[in-house]
Design a binder for this molecule. Structure first.
Ligand code: SF4
Ligand code: SF4
Length: 433
């Protein structure tokens, strides 16, 4: 695609990157077929190609973003299905990340949108605040039907609906020492997952310990920054990235690290991108690239290092590949292979490439579209007649659980169980093997 950026504008590294991305697009339109919002809405402006044109027009002309452009960029899930489909290697992720940051900086949203976004940015990345908010959520639930009728309050209604009926008790992070360990790995503690599904971390620690790994938790590490990054809050996202780079670099230069392991694939995609996010920071660019090179999804790590001996549990598993894992990280085979190796019968749903509608804060900020995608995904998964749905991202698990009667758990919980761990709580109702 031809571009006409002013040379002065291209002095900005973000603008130069975006120009390079846009120039790669040959506007063939292959990506439209796999874009969830185009599939639902059939509007070119809600397709990757349409968004690329809108973003190009905004950036190239240094234009103040208008409400129409913002609407179509906001509707993008950042699912990155378009990147898997694109034959020209267009890095849509870097382009839309820049567009979101540009919009955040140059566009004044209505007051209620600003308030909700600020609330999400102040609560979700902090496990303590998030836990408190979830514990108070039942008080707001009776007002959900009323809130749904008032546009400004719809995101709050969506938040209340997503809150679990009961907040699980927290699980402490305890570093596992293994004599003669095969590998020393840092496990991301994260923000939402330990509050919503503390059992995932516990299962991961047990499994990695059984696989002969020493698991450590780096002091000072926190939210990866993905949640604020996807809302265009660039400065907050970069602060989170720098803090985590510092925490893991201290371990790399101390006891050494073989990997930074991530159990929430949305976070994994962002951590793998730290090198790019901090590329213009002279103090952090190199360190961030080192951390990104060590980041691995837990399934990717186990597929490389080997699963401990497993006993089949006789279950059929419907595997839901999170977009951030299949499109963002291109990790497609490892989770399925590990589940099969552990003795599960693995089935993949139709339209496995389509997003479930979770996408960070999307199911709060775009609850209607997210609801349609969630229901569609649950229907495809139900058709598999499986005993359980497995996935690798807490956001997907929460979203699919809202629309499905089946238990939805993390792949790692099934692998832990098959290799000697306890039966996952969500499967207690099944007959004993
Ligand atoms: S598939 Fe790639 S090259 Fe074709 S329109 Fe989409 S982004 Fe552009
Ligand atoms: S990231 Fe997903 S929703 Fe956004 S344009 Fe690409 S395919 Fe469509």
């Amino acid at each position: 695609m031809q571009t006409r950026f002013e040379p002065a504008a291209l002095a900005d590294p973000a603008m130069a990157t975006s120009e390079g991305v846009i120039r790669k697009c040959v506007h063939c339109g292959f990506c439209t077929a796999t874009c969830p919002t185009y599939v639902l809405l059939g509007d070119e402006n809600d397709s990757p190609r349409g968004r690329i044109y809108l973003i190009k027009d905004m950036l190239e002309n240094g234009r103040m973003p208008g409400p129409e452009t913002v609407k179509h960029v906001d509707r993008c899930l950042s699912c990155l299905a378009c990147m898997t489909t694109c034959p020209s290697g267009v890095n849509y992720m870097h382009l839309v990340d820049h567009a979101r940051a540009y919009i955040h900086e140059h566009y004044k949203r209505p007051w209620h949108e600003r308030a909700v976004r600020r609330l999400l940015a102040c609560v979700l990345p902090y496990p303590g605040r998030m836990r408190l908010a979830l514990e108070w959520a039942p008080l707001g639930r009776p007002f959900v039907p009323l809130m749904k009728r008032i546009k400004a309050l719809q995101p709050l209604a969506a938040m209340l609906e997503l809150a679990p009926a009961k907040v699980p008790a927290p699980a402490p992070s305890v570093s596992t020492r293994v004599a003669g360990a095969k590998a020393r790995v840092a496990l991301l503690q994260g923000c939402a997952e330990p509050v919503l599904s503390p059992e995932v971390r516990a299962a991961t620690e047990r499994l990695l310990g059984r696989a002969g790994c020493e698991v450590i938790f780096a002091p000072g590490e926190g939210c990866c920054g993905a949640l604020v990054h996807h809302m265009g809050r660039e400065a907050d996202a970069l602060d989170a990235a720098r803090r985590n780079v510092d925490a893991w670099m201290a371990e790399i230069e101390g006891g050494g690290l073989d990997a930074v392991i991530v159990t929430t694939s949305g976070c994994g995609t962002t951590i793998k991108d730290y090198g790019h996010m901090l590329r213009a920071d002279p103090v952090y660019a190199e360190k961030a690239a080192r951390v990104s090179a060590l980041a691995m999804d837990v399934s990717e790590f186990l597929a490389r290092h080997g699963l401990p001996p497993a006993s089949p549990r006789g279950l059929t598993v419907a595997y839901h590949p999170p977009c951030s894992l299949q499109h963002g990280q291109k990790v497609t085979e490892a989770p399925k292979q590990l589940l099969a190796e552990a003795g599960y019968a693995v089935r993949l749903p139709a339209e496995a490439h389509l997003c479930c509608g979770s996408a960070g804060t999307y199911n709060i900020l775009q609850s209607e579209l997210a609801g349609q995608l969630g229901a569609r995904k649950a229907e495809r998964l139900a058709a598999l007649e499986a005993d359980v749905i497995a996935t690798g991202n807490v956001g997907c698990a929460v979203q699919i659980s809202r629309h499905s009667g089946l238990p939805v758990i993390h792949t790692i919980e099934l692998l832990d169980w098959a290799t000697g761990g306890p039966r996952p709580q969500a499967l207690k109702h099944l007959p004993q093997e």
